[in-house]
Design a protein around this ligand. Structure first.
Ligand code: IDP
Ligand code: MG
Length: 140
């Protein structure tokens, strides 16, 4: 299996409730290594660009508002099969459908405020990492 990098965001509902450490513990327990991490406040433009793929969806406005409602923690995670591994750790988008022990089952409030983001494929991971980190900020 290949060593991959994936992009993660601990969303405003997680920072607001002081859950960044609890979520990082689940990430590390799954064997993923946090090789870059910073706390930032997204601008509206950054949130709209990040989620541009969802622009036509009815929840887009709500999604952008929720992403700029408070600080986020952006991260790069490294590990074998990191993209799928992290999606498994996140659990289903709707926390009521997520398996127990996953980040979203244990911590999310709703489908909108679902605590964390993870890239869904190799190409999107690369684009998302490039939006938030310079190469010299990623230290494995
Ligand atoms: P993902 O985060 O599991 O990849 P996506 O379908 O890519 O899920 O949706 C991106 C984000 O948009 C979700 O994490 C969630 O915050 C939000 N979202 C998705 N579907 C809905 C919805 O039906 N209502 C409100 N927000 C939604
Ligand atoms: Mg997605």
């Amino acid at each position: 299996m290949a060593i991959e990098h994936t992009f993660s965001i601990l969303k405003p509902d997680a920072t607001r409730r002081n859950l960044t450490g609890a979520i990082n513990a689940l990430i590390e327990k799954a064997g993923l290594r946090i090789v870059a991490q910073k706390r930032v406040k997204m601008t509206r433009e950054q949130a709209e660009t990040f989620y541009a793929v969802h622009k036509a969806r009815p929840f887009f406005g709500e999604l952008v508002e929720s992403m700029i409602a408070g600080p986020v923690v952006v991260q790069v995670l490294e590990g074998e099969n990191a993209i799928k591994t992290y999606r498994d750790v996140l659990g289903a988008t709707d926390p009521s459908k997520a398996e127990s022990g996953t980040i979203r089952k244990e911590h999310a409030l709703s489908v909108g405020e679902n605590s964390a983001h993870g890239s869904d494929a190799v190409d999107t991971a690369k684009i998302e990492i490039g939006q938030w980190f310079a190469g010299n900020e990623i230290v494995g």
